[in-house]
Design a protein. Structure first.
Length: 142
């Protein structure tokens, strides 16, 4: 999952505490993670409360995991889309499977359209902000 660099490790925090946080970031509950690592949960709780960088470490692990997941999804997306299209258009598939695949496709397309419109609005707003910061007044009809 994650490589832990020396840059985000505080030597004042025991390695076992970091190990528990890694397991927690992977979905394990605190107590089983502590038992597996061999550390008292109260010790971990103490460091968790007193060392804000430990919580940042956890947040960084979760973010890194989310990016990994997103990358896997992007890589698999063409195959998934192809399968959905085949399912939605195959008369040999059961009606509920065709309908569900079609619904997923339509919802995806609708979300893409909404996202595109929102990006356009954000770009317009950024241009307006830049113009205002530059002292120019521009008309906006959003």
């Amino acid at each position: 999952m994650s490589t832990i660099s020396a840059a985000n490790i505080n030597d004042a925090i025991p390695a076992k505490v970091y190990a528990v946080v890694v397991k927690y970031s992977q979905g394990m509950k605190w107590k089983p993670a502590c038992e597996e690592v061999g550390i008292d949960p109260r010790t971990v709780k103490k460091y968790w409360k007193e060392e804000p960088e430990l919580q940042k470490f956890y947040t960084d692990l979760v973010k890194e995991s989310a990016v990994e997941g997103k990358n896997k999804l992007f890589k698999a997306f063409p195959k998934v889309a192809e399968t959905l299209i085949k399912t939605a258009t195959n008369p040999k598939e059961r009606a509920y499977a065709r309908n569900q695949a079609a619904d997923i496709i339509f919802r995806y397309m609708n979300n893409q359209e909404i996202n595109w419109e929102m990006r356009q609005k954000m770009e317009d707003m950024q241009q307006q902000l830049q113009a205002l910061e530059g002292g120019r007044v521009i008309n906006y009809e959003g």
